[in-house]
Design a protein around this ligand. Structure first.
Ligand SMILES: Cc1ncc(COP(=O)(O)O)c(C=O)c1O
Length: 400
């Protein structure tokens, strides 16, 4: 009863009408769980009953079902998306000092793993309208020490992979796709071939963090590849460097997806396309209205990729983004800034090679981006309320 009372809020919309609606979340994990509760509860009970907590049949089945969904030969489940990146780089035998190119505008995990392995993160700028790594900047950053490119399919749509793969081929580089935010997105090549994000480069890595589009109820991750030999290495490294128990051929890590998470993910995988559709509908609803206002730049949808809208990210250009965020918070509307700082000015990644102004697009985006709530359970009332509230703030400013 307490929960029911707390989960509703009374809000006053810009027309001064009182609205009763569910509390607005950036992502509504509870609402989504309620719709699959019976299935999920039974699956968890099944694992408890079997006591096959580690590497049980649920993990193997999930692995097989994800391979089928992605159209990839090998999926190696692991502990989280950061481990997935680390295991991928370990399996490619990258050596200390080797340069790995990635975007300045991304979640830190991507660069963190490069630095942790004593490789050299080489940062490059992104496209302003779709936030994706700029292939021209990638090519300009290549030196004789470059060994790999890590394109991040940020916010849910694919990077321009045809250009990235062309550069990688010409310079003999590995491509590790970071798909943490874009599982299920599809890339269409100019010859019409369609591939899922993460199945185009040498290796793809993803995260099942609860708020991700395919989110577990704890941590989880996976690595994908079509290469049989590489798959063996990835599996071995994720398992203490052993392929036969107690015989350790390589220094590895301990990174496992547990059976309870796998059982939950199996159920959620069957809903993944419908989850993407729900997010796309929310984005289209936002776009339709917000796209008409010059103070707001809506996210560009590129013609070579589908967008699964892990985030719906605006650029607020002629109004104060931080004030808008406060204004929305006062009305019970959460929003997030992904990301407030470019990587090259984060304390952990300061490097004398880089200075202010080196990545003008990323630097500008960090000042203007604002992500609005987007998830699978949003209602029209909630969307109208959010849109009207954004416009209430933005409209007078651009009229005046
Ligand atoms: C782009 C990107 N890469 C990697 C990760 C790391 O995933 P995890 O939190 O599962 O380690 C995340 C998680 O937020 C991410 O957004």
């Amino acid at each position: 009863m307490i929960f029911v009372l707390m989960s509703f809020i009374f809000l006053v919309n810009p027309n001064n009408n009182k609205l009763k609606m569910n509390k607005i979340h950036m992502v509504d994990l509870h609402g989504q769980y309620l719709k699959i509760k019976d299935e999920v509860d039974a699956a968890i009970a099944g694992v408890l009953d079997s006591c096959a907590f580690i590497n049980g049949p649920e993990v193997k089945e999930f692995q097989r079902e994800l391979e089928e969904y992605l159209g990839v030969k090998h999926v190696i489940p692991c502990g989280n998306g950061t481990d997935a990146l680390q295991i991928a780089m370990m399996a490619l035998n990258l050596q200390p000092g080797d340069e790995v190119i990635t975007a300045d505008f991304t979640y830190a995990a991507t660069a963190e793993v490069i630095a942790l392995l004593k490789l050299k993160p080489v940062l490059v700028d992104v496209y302003k309208d779709n936030f994706s790594i700029n292939p021209r900047a990638v090519e300009a950053a290549i030196t004789d020490k470059t060994v790999a490119i890590v394109p991040v399919h940020l916010f849910g749509q694919c990077v321009d992979m045809e250009s990235i793969m062309d550069i990688a081929k010409r310079h003999n580089l590995y491509v590790i796709e970071d798909v943490a935010q874009a599982i299920g997105a599809e890339y269409t090549f100019s010859d019409g071939t369609v591939k899922k994000a993460g199945t185009i480069g040498t290796i793809g890595t993803t995260s099942f963090f609860p708020s991700k589009n395919l989110g577990a109820y704890g941590d989880g991750g996976a690595i994908y590849t079509d290469d049989d030999e590489l798959a063996k290495k990835l599996k071995m490294i994720a398992n203490h460097g052993q392929s036969v128990q107690y015989y350790h051929d390589k220094i590895g890590v301990n990174s496992r997806l547990d059976s309870i998470q796998a059982a939950i993910l199996r159920i959620k995988l069957t809903h993944l396309n419908e989850y993407a559709k729900a997010r796309q509908e929310v984005a289209a609803y936002y776009d339709n209205v917000l796209g008409q206002y010059p103070s707001i730049v809506i996210p560009e949808l590129c013609n070579y990729t589908t967008h699964v809208y892990h985030q719906y990210t605006l650029q607020i250009v002629n109004a104060d983004r931080n004030e808008l965020r406060k204004f929305l918070a006062d009305k019970g509307i959460p929003s997030m800034i992904y990301y407030p700082l470019p990587l090259h000015v984060q304390k952990a990644y300061l490097d004398p090679r880089y200075k202010d102004g080196d990545f003008p697009v990323t630097e500008e985006l960090c000042k203007t981006v604002l992500s609005l709530p987007i998830h699978t359970e949003m209602t029209k009332d909630q969307l109208d309320y959010i849109i009207n509230s954004v416009l209430e703030f933005v409209k007078p400013k651009f009229l005046g």
